[in-house]
Design a protein around this ligand. Structure first.
Ligand SMILES: N[C@@H](CCC(=O)N[C@@H](CS)C(=O)NCC(=O)O)C(=O)O
Length: 221
């Protein structure tokens, strides 16, 4: 049986969603964040040396890195679905968004999380005002403008087609779902990104997404 090593409220939610879309049976092994460090528990390192989630085991194959997992599952179980035909413009868009999700969209979102925690988190009282002011300055001068730039770019691209790679849902939408959800919860974007908001609503309404949520447990970003 395929096993998803699933860290609560994390990127692995999209792997559960893909498995539900593909109708592949799977088991979920649940892991919780360390409340203080927010890191995954050390037992995940027994599955993969980096100890990050998602990671899956399918028979004697272990696959880590969400984009690699999405591609592996589509190749092994997709029967031609969830990936556009090779050599087409849709396939190039698919490849682009598959890489963009972790390579370009996630870094500023991660910075936002770190600096938000710095601005609000505990610090010795004599340096607290300084720490907060540095964190707020980095957010306002670098992180927030970068997020706005990415959000506006993604929104403009989404205005051109129903899904990221064209008319059909593909692995690129699965892979992009996590940065979009984080952007919606962390990006302070309000009504400025109607196409992103509409796509996230459309994703959340899919029965397979709902089943994945029920399997994965709490999902708070
Ligand atoms: N680029 C990797 C990122 C993996 C990653 O950082 N996962 C986070 C969860 S969203 C994690 O495991 N965090 C806990 C830790 O680093 O210990 C992927 O897409 O799989």
């Amino acid at each position: 049986m395929l096993v998803v090593h699933h860290l609560e409220s994390s990127r692995s939610q999209r792997v559960l969603w893909l498995l539900e879309e593909l109708g592949v049976p799977y088991d979920v092994k649940q892991y919780a964040h360390n409340k203080k460090t927010m890191l995954a528990p050390p037992d995940l390192r027994a599955v993969h040396p980096l100890g990050k989630s998602p990671v899956i085991t399918d028979g004697d194959t272990t696959v880590a890195e969400s984009g690699a997992i999405v591609e592996f599952l589509i190749e092994r179980y997709g029967d031609g679905s969830f990936v556009p035909v090779a050599g087409t413009p849709e396939r190039r868009r698919y490849t682009y968004w598959m890489h963009y999700a972790e390579g370009s969209a996630m870094p500023p979102l991660l910075l936002k999380l770190i600096f938000m925690r710095m601005a609000k988190g505990p610090a010795p009282f004599f340096v607290r005002p300084l720490v907060r002011s540095i964190a707020n300055k980095v957010m306002s001068t670098f992180v927030d403008p970068q997020l706005a730039l990415h959000a506006s770019y993604i929104d403009t691209e989404l205005a051109k087609s129903e899904w990221f790679a064209g008319k059909e849902i593909t692995g690129a939408d699965i892979q992009m779902s996590f940065p979009l959800e984080v952007l919606c919860s962390r990006g302070n974007l309000g009504e400025s990104v109607p196409h992103i908001s509409a796509l996230v609503r459309k994703i959340h309404a899919r029965p397979a997404y709902q089943r994945a949520l029920a399997r994965g447990g709490p999902y708070k970003l």
